[in-house]
Write a protein that binds this ligand. Structure first.
Ligand SMILES: [Ca+2]
Ligand SMILES: [Ca+2]
Length: 128
């Protein structure tokens, strides 16, 4: 699988979001619940956008949309907890190069050395 510059940009985006979530000291599911302000179990684009703002994840709307469509795996127009969790874990796995066993080559971000612990998120307690 070729990684286009476009894809690389997207990966940078997801990494940024993952890092930001980690800094928030919330687990993936906690951050979902945090963003799901009407508690209906789904995040439409607006909740994702506002949630990012509340979590101090500042991104231009087009990037939020990009992340949204990445997370909305079934294109339903909302992100379920399952999608949110699954897709973020997918993204983490990509960065950790854990997609072994498949014929797809793991997408290894070229110039971003993995920082220790950075993706072993969600165990809580880390702060910087
Ligand atoms: Ca909601
Ligand atoms: Ca969906």
């Amino acid at each position: 699988m070729q990684v286009s510059a476009e894809t690389q940009k997207e990966l940078d985006l997801y990494r940024y979001v993952l890092n930001s979530l980690e800094k928030s000291n919330m687990s993936i599911s906690d951050s979902f619940i945090f963003m799901d302000t009407d508690s209906d179990g789904n995040l439409p684009l607006e909740e994702l956008r506002d949630g990012f703002v509340k979590m101090k994840i500042s991104l231009p709307i087009q990037n939020v949309k990009q992340i949204f469509s990445f997370l909305d795996q079934d294109n339903s127009g909302t992100i379920s907890l399952e999608e949110f969790t699954q897709r973020l874990l997918d993204a983490q796995n990509i960065f950790q190069g854990n997609l072994s066993g498949s014929s797809q080559k793991p997408v290894t971000p070229a110039k971003t050395p993995q920082k220790r612990g950075i993706f072993f998120v969600m165990r809580g307690g880390r702060r910087d």
